[in-house]
Structure formats: structure tokens, C-alpha cells
Design a protein around this ligand. Structure first.
Ligand SMILES: N[C@@H](CCC(=O)N[C@@H](CS)C(=O)NCC(=O)O)C(=O)O
Length: 324
């Protein structure tokens, strides 16, 4: 675990001293957009036109943010158009690596580089910041298009539609204004909330994260008692952003991150909804529980210094969901 400073790797854990024990996620630095015609998106440079075979996605199967991008690649029929490399599940002193002695880790399929940080350095030899996944890479300009998952999924949602012929829309214009506050609350208190609880280094910081987290789960469970999906009868990006945290919840966040007021399976609507999303064709193939369970418990030495991987209960995501 570490970061790059002016292009030089430093092995250090998150610094929570300045923030009273709270984990603060730093903002992603590459914020260009792939668009259908190569025009500039909401941020960054123009010149990233949607083309088959031009872009490559670097992911970790363990990571909920990278998982969003993998799901959109699958749902939007992009697998033949955007290649994928998956890092090793362990993130230790060298950060994410391209070692392959791990089920599903592919190595760097483009360049054969040893570390994910080498991809950042290829884009910017003086890069300063954390080396995070997902990374959306442009093989033509040899740079990072984006390392922000919330924006990568919006690119995947529409930029390649003319190439794939898939115009399924998970960010429909008429729901955008309503999706935003739902995304915001779920991001702050749940997607990032599990990390804020798990990486807290004071009781106060943990308490401040964990209570709002379960308040949000209560709120969503209630909402899903009346609505099939978060926004009603249509599956949207809000659901997929939520799903990648839900699917990890009982196996990792409940124990390792101390999010244990309840388990996911204790919430009737939320649990059935999670199963429904898991059973959407193609989605189960994007979930790698071996990487998920191994990564968190083995990589976070400050939380689990002996690196013991728990056995975990068997949870049947394939059980009928009964939602209609
Ligand atoms: N804002 C980013 C966050 C990505 C992120 O933090 N990924 C984690 C893995 S789950 C990571 O690579 N962390 C490495 C680090 O912080 O050094 C996104 O949503 O794409």
C-alpha cells in the first residue's frame, strides 16, 4: 500500500492523523471522457473517441469501484471492444501488482508491466497520488482516460452504443435529477461509509461512520419494500453503484470493517434485491468472491495483522429472489 510522489513510489498506509482518525478518500486525477465522436466530455480533454479495441480496463476483482466498471462493460456488450487486465488480489508494499499466481489475475495484458503504478507512470512519469483501480487506458494516446469509476460507467453507458448496438440506458435523462441525491447519500454513507468505518483509527471516527451507514441501509430497505429498484421500475446506475457494496457486505464489511449492527441477509428487501441483481444475466461472472475475501483480509495489515482469512458463512446469492 503506498502512493507515488513526483513519480517515486512510497510505501505508506493512509494517514488519518490530520483528520481526527477519519479516512478521507482522495479525488481521482484523470478525468477525461470517451465520447461517441471524440468531443470533450464534462471534464478533461477532447480526442477520446469511442472505437473498438482502442481502450483497456485495468481492474481488481476485489474492488467495488472497479467492479462497477466491469458490470457496465458486461451489461453494455463491451467485452469484445474493451479488453481487461485484472490485478492480483493482494495489495501489499508495492500496491496493486500484475503477479498472476492467483485465480483470475491476468497480468498486464497490454505491456507486461509488473505493477499498476507503472501504468500511471507511463501516463505521467512525474505522477503524484494514489495508484487506484479502475484505470481506463487509451492504447492510442498511451495515457489514462479516467481513473474515476462513477464517470467510467457513464461513458460505458452510452459512448459505444453505435458500435455495440446496445442502447440500454442506466442513466436516463428523465431520472437524472432524482438519481443524483440517491447516489450522493449512498456514496457518502454506504459505498464510502464502509471504508470510513473500517479504516477509522479512533472510536469517534468509527462511530461517525457506522451509524449513518446503517441508517442508510434501513432507509434503502424501506424504499425497496415499495419499489422494485431504487428509482422505481427501471434499473439504473444507482442500483449498480449500490450493488457492488452490497455483494461484499456480509463477507467482508460486516466482520473486517466492523459494520456489524446487522448483516445484509437480515434486511428482507435489500437481501432479495441483492440476489435479483446478482442474477441479472452476466453479473455473477463479474463477482469473484475469492479475490474479494482474500484481498481485504490479507492486504489490510493494520486491521488484520496476522492476515488470517475467515471462513465466512455460506451465502446463497443464487436463491430465488421472489421480486417481481
Ligand atoms: N474514486 C475512485 C476510487 C477507486 C479506489 O479507491 N480504488 C481502491 C481499490 S477498492 C484502490 O485502488 N486503492 C488503492 C489506494 O488507495 O492506494 C473510483 O471510484 O474509481
Amino acid at each position: 500500500m503506498g502512493l507515488l510522489v513526483d513519480g517515486v513510489w512510497r510505501d505508506q498506509w493512509y494517514d488519518t492523523k490530520k483528520s481526527g482518525g477519519s479516512f478521507e478518500r482522495s479525488a481521482a486525477k484523470f478525468r477525461n471522457w470517451i465520447t461517441a465522436d471524440g468531443s470533450a466530455g464534462p471534464s478533461g480533454d477532447a480526442g477520446f473517441a469511442a472505437e473498438s479495441g482502442r481502450y483497456h480496463l485495468y481492474v481488481s476483482y476485489a474492488c467495488p469501484w472497479a467492479h462497477r466498471a466491469l458490470i457496465f462493460r458486461k451489461l453494455k456488450g463491451l467485452e469484445d471492444h474493451i479488453g481487461v487486465s485484472a490485478v492480483h488480489s493482494d495489495m501489499l508494499g508495492d500496491g496493486w501488482t500484475f503477479q498472476t499466481d492467483d485465480h483470475g489475475a491476468t497480468g498486464d495484458r497490454l505491456y507486461g508491466l509488473p505493477f499498476a503504478r507503472d501504468i500511471y507512470l507511463k501516463a505521467d512519469p512525474k505522477f503524484s497520488g494514489r495508484v487506484t483501480v479502475p484505470i481506463l487506458w487509451d492504447t492510442e494516446r498511451e495515457t489514462i482516460v479516467s481513473n474515476e469509476s462513477s464517470e467510467i460507467i457513464r461513458m460505458f453507458n452510452s459512448a459505444f452504443d453505435a458500435i455495440t448496438g446496445n442502447d440500454d440506458d442506466y442513466w436516463p435523462a428523465d431520472l437524472r435529477a432524482a438519481i443524483e441525491p440517491v447516489n450522493d447519500r449512498i456514496y457518502e454513507t454506504f459505498n464510502n461509509g464502509v471504508y470510513r468505518a473500517g479504516f477509522a483509527t479512533t472510536q469517534e471516527a468509527y462511530d461517525a461512520a457506522v451509524h449513518p451507514l446503517f441508517d442508510t441501509m434501513d432507509w434503502i430497505d424501506d424504499r425497496l419494500s415499495e419499489k422494485r429498484y431504487l428509482m422505481g421500475d427501471r434499473l439504473t446506475e444507482a442500483d449498480w453503484r449500490l450493488f457492488t457494496t452490497l455483494v461484499r457486505f456480509d463477507k467482508v464489511y460486516h466482520l473486517h470493517f466492523k459494520c456489524n449492527r446487522k448483516r445484509l441477509i437480515d434486511y428482507p428487501h435489500l437481501w432479495a434485491y441483492t440476489r435479483e441483481l446478482f442474477q441479472v444475466p452476466g453479473v455473477a461472472e463479474t463477482v469473484n468472491f475469492d479475490h474479494i475475501v482474500r484481498h481485504y483480509h490479507y492486504s489490510h495489515e493494520t486491521i488484520n495483522p496476522h492476515r488470517i482469512i475467515p471462513i465466512n458463512p455460506v451465502i446463497d446469492f443464487a436463491a430465488p429472489h421472489g421480486r417481481a
